[in-house]
Design a protein around this ligand. Structure first.
Ligand SMILES: [Zn+2]
Length: 237
């Protein structure tokens, strides 16, 4: 009997300190009020939502607020080996992608990035490597959602990052900067910025230009902040 309780306490401790990662746990976001996570059925006034919210309204497809639940507390992101590269080249490309993902750390979610060669962990967003896409895009975030009562649950089916042909011929700073910019952009989509900015100064502009800086602009930050302040799943009219 005592032994059973001891084992129970042992496994509970492992769960508590190791796997429990939702809101309110150490390092995670505080738990949000339920009403901000139960927005399905709520209608918001577009004039109010769109004011001072960057390019959020250009980005709001179907006029619905689509974002991760803040009660997740943090997001886990998996960056697997590139498959097409090895050794130093593989490491440098993966590091560029990790850097790009980190641009969004605590905006709003603390991020746990797993870029090890092998993992047993679960993840919310997973990087998928490709050498090209039909539409010649540099990346793609596959985002969908489900409605569960008053809650909207965002789901991702991979965040694709294209390894351009130059990568195969040799890694240089310019190509790493490009990959980092693509990653920041696709990560923005994966966080719920479903559309694009109309300004080439923002990372969510639809194209990566020679002038694009691999970082978030003030307007990118304003937009993501506005998105996560809205009730998830609400309709904007
Ligand atoms: Zn895009």
């Amino acid at each position: 009997m005592v032994r059973t309780i001891c084992w129970g306490a042992f496994f509970f401790a492992i769960y508590w300190f190791g796997f429990r990662s939702g809101c309110g746990t150490s390092g995670a976001l505080a738990c949000p009020p339920p009403e901000i996570e139960e927005g399905v059925g709520v209608t918001l006034d577009a004039r109010e939502v769109c004011r001072g919210s960057g390019y959020l309204c250009a980005a709001m497809q179907g006029s619905q607020v689509v974002r991760w639940g803040l009660d997740k507390g943090r997001l886990r992101i998996r960056v697997p080996p590139t498959e097409y590269l090895s050794g130093d080249a593989d490491r440098r490309v993966r590091d560029a992608v990790v850097e790009g993902i980190k641009a969004w750390d605590r905006k709003p979610f603390p991020l746990i990035i797993d870029s090890g060669d092998f993992t047993l962990r679960f993840w919310d967003i997973r990087v998928v490597w490709t050498q090209g896409m039909n539409n010649h895009a540099a990346g793609q975030a596959r985002v969908g959602w489900k409605i569960d009562g008053k809650r909207l649950k965002l789901e991702t089916d991979g965040m694709a990052v294209v390894l351009p042909p130059q990568v195969m011929m040799g890694i240089n700073d310019a190509v790493l900067e490009h990959i980092k910019a693509v990653t920041i952009h696709e990560m923005g989509h994966s966080l719920g910025l479903l559309g694009h900015s109309d300004s080439p100064r923002d990372i969510m502009y639809p194209q990566i230009l020679p002038s694009t800086r691999a970082e978030l602009s003030d307007r990118d930050l304003q937009t993501i902040e506005a998105l996560y302040a809205l009730p998830n799943g609400a309709t904007v009219q």
